[in-house]
Design a protein around this ligand. Structure first.
Ligand code: GTP
Ligand code: GTP
Ligand code: MG
Ligand code: MG
Lengths: 278, 292
């Protein structure tokens, strides 16, 4: 517990710090938030744990409740590019999104843009079957750019509303793979001017402070539009999203709460903050 | 090395010459911040700092002529106590087949690691059988079969619709008949709080009676590492750990948390997506990395 000498009671600071840090908000962000409370609250309020907690919840809610309009499906087709490091839940999230939009009567085309990992295409194909939509794939070890190009062309020809492009998981530290991502973005624009209309970065809620680095690097490489936070059905709180929203202003569109096709929800700031504090 | 890393952190403290109780506090704060930023669990850090503090403010440092060096030595010793001094090795000199069960959260790298481990053991003269016991993830069976083909090892022919415990039984029987001397069983990713899936894992373990039950942990895991390690240890039992995706820039504090909570050796480090990307885990290297 740091410099809260006059103001917050030390026991309360310890308790709040433990709560914030163990939810992966990060020690720096936690300290910044607790420091900020001193400006926001009066001397009396700082002595009242209930008032302090309420103000802290409001502060965090203010940071993560970023305004984002629903995905506009009027771009003939809207192209959604899904990216992120290995194993975070990109392919599964795409399957869930495809099912949601197909159930809403929209025409969806999926691009099997992970041509590298074992059985990645088969995995997306099964999701396509579950969702009831077309999956465009290439031959074994095809260039992901050509698969994505072909998928967008097909989506245009079939007057699809949405084309979701799956990409291979990649660590942001791998320069050549990040360059490939930039190339894929250029190819999408070539296939359909204005594409990709949305770049969705998928983050795993069990990830610690490295998620901030991921968000920074992916944003720098391909201009991320929004985030999906998966595996919130576990014990991890995904608190690292607070620092990401604060620093990069990226909105969280969706959360993943399980492995089944319906386990996708729109991000709700109140629920998210509520879960952090329970 | 570790000492250099700590010296760096304590640079501001060194300027004071002798180590007083005040600048020990400051040094401890810096070490604490560094560990928390590296994703080491809040409580693990608290216990660690207290252990260091107890020794640092005690006679050990007070009477010393080289207090800063002693402080550094204490931190390094306490870290080594948790992480372990040297690399741990799997003991494969057991009556064959040696049975290895892979478990962990969704997406941690189990299937990939199963392939990597099979390749490594093949290189050591073993005849591995990999067993796809994940029957829920789409194309999981395909994934392990493909990987087995890439590394040139036998793969049990799991059919969709089979149940994990039956797969385990049949695969063991096959290894018996065909003479494979290591059996590596890949399982579905699961949450430790998923009662049904943890029960399934217990059942599979009961059938296999594995020599090694390995928890596969993603190096970028944050505070949740303690929950995961504790639950898997209490409910299933952990003989060892594999930490994956260490080729990224995550500091890997989860390694310290998992070690502190389970005491299980971390045998291997996954350092890439290719089948060759598996190496022995070096505790002192990761301790340096965690300190930043
Ligand atoms: N519990 C839970 N599991 C999830 C969720 N989202 C995805 N998963 C699981 O996480 C694992 C990895 O999901 P994938 O969709 O293959 O992840 P990916 O990012 O496409 O992985 P790569 O393509 O290999 O980089 C699978 O076992 C999924 O079922 C979620 O919201 N909750
Ligand atoms: N860069 C890197 N990627 C890895 C490493 N180990 C695994 N991966 C990647 O991480 C992703 C997930 O790996 P999987 O083997 O499918 O993970 P899993 O634990 O079997 O996943 P589930 O079965 O869904 O729980 C894949 O994209 C792998 O290529 C590693 O050490 N480094
Ligand atoms: Mg994928
Ligand atoms: Mg797997």
């Amino acid at each position: 517990a740091v410099i809260f000498g006059r103001g917050l009671d030390e026991g309360l600071v310890d308790e709040l710090e433990a709560l914030l840090v163990t939810s992966d908000i990060g020690i720096r962000t936690a300290e910044k938030l607790l420091e900020g409370l001193k400006q926001d609250l009066s001397k009396q309020e700082l002595k009242d744990p209930a008032a302090v907690k309420k103000r802290l919840e409001e502060k965090i809610r203010g940071i993560v409740a970023q305004k984002v309009a629903p995905l506009a499906l009027d771009k003939g087709p809207t192209v959604l590019m899904v990216i992120g490091v290995n194993g975070v839940g990109k392919t599964t999230t795409i399957g869930k999104l495809a099912a949601r939009y197909t159930q809403e009567g929209k025409k969806v085309v999926l691009a099997a843009g992970d041509t590298f990992r074992a059985a990645a295409v088969q995995q997306l194909e099964i999701w396509g079957e579950r969702a009831g939509c077309v999956v465009v794939k290439g031959p074994n070890e095809a260039d992901p750019a050509s698969v994505i190009f072909e998928a967008i062309q097909k989506a245009k020809a079939e007057k699809a509303d949405l084309c979701i492009c799956d990409t291979a998981g990649r660590l942001h530290t791998k320069v050549n793979l990040m360059e490939e991502l930039k190339k894929l973005k250029r190819v999408m624009n070539k296939a359909h001017e204005g594409a990709p209309h949305e770049v969705l970065l998928v983050l795993d809620a069990t990830t610690g402070q490295n998620a901030i680095t991921q968000a920074r690097q992916f944003k720098e490489a391909v201009e991320v539009s929004s985030l999906a936070l998966t595996k919130l059905d576990g014990t991890a709180k995904g608190g690292v999203v607070v620092a990401i929203c604060d620093e990069l202003g990226l909105p969280v569109r969706y959360i993943g709460i399980g492995e089944k096709v319906d386990d996708l929800r729109d991000f709700n700031a109140d629920e998210f903050v509520g879960a952090l504090f329970e | 090395n570790l000492e250099d890393k700590l010296s760096e952190i304590l640079k501001k403290v060194r300027g004071h010459g002798t180590l007083s109780e005040d600048n020990i506090k400051e040094a401890l704060r810096d070490v604490r911040l560094s560990l928390l930023e590296a994703d080491v669990h809040f409580t693990v850090v608290k216990d660690f700092i207290n252990a260091v503090k107890e020794r640092a403010v005690g006679q050990e440092v007070k009477a010393s002529l080289t207090p800063t060096q002693d402080f550094i030595r204490i931190v390094s010793e306490e870290l080594t106590k948790i992480m372990g001094g040297r690399a741990a090795e799997l003991d494969l000199k057991k009556k064959p087949p040696v049975i290895i069960l892979m478990m962990g959260l969704q997406g941690s790298g189990k299937t990939t690691t199963t392939g990597k481990l099979a390749l490594r053991l093949k290189g050591q003269g073993k005849k591995p059988l990999v067993v796809p016991a994940d029957v829920q993830r789409p194309a999981a069976i395909d994934q392990l079969k493909t990987v087995a083909g890439q590394v040139g090892v036998d793969c049990y022919d799991t059919k969709p619709g089979m149940k994990a415990p039956d797969i385990a039984k049949l695969a063991l029987a096959q290894a018996d008949r065909q003479g494979q001397d290591v059996v590596l069983v890949d399982t579905a990713g699961r949450l430790a709080i998923d009662l049904e899936l943890m029960e399934e894992l217990r059942e599979v373990k009961g059938i296999l009676n594995p020599h090694y039950t390995l928890l596969v942990v993603d190096a970028m895991t944050g505070q949740d590492a303690v929950n995961v390690a504790t639950e898997f240890k209490n409910q299933i039992g952990i003989d060892g750990v594999v930490m994956t995706k260490l080729d990224g820039d995550a500091r890997g504090g989860a390694a310290l948390s998992v070690r502190a909570v389970t005491g299980a050796p971390i045998y291997f480090a996954g350092i890439g997506e290719k089948m060759e990307a598996l190496e022995v885990f070096y505790p002192d290297r990761i301790a340096q990395r965690i300190l930043g």
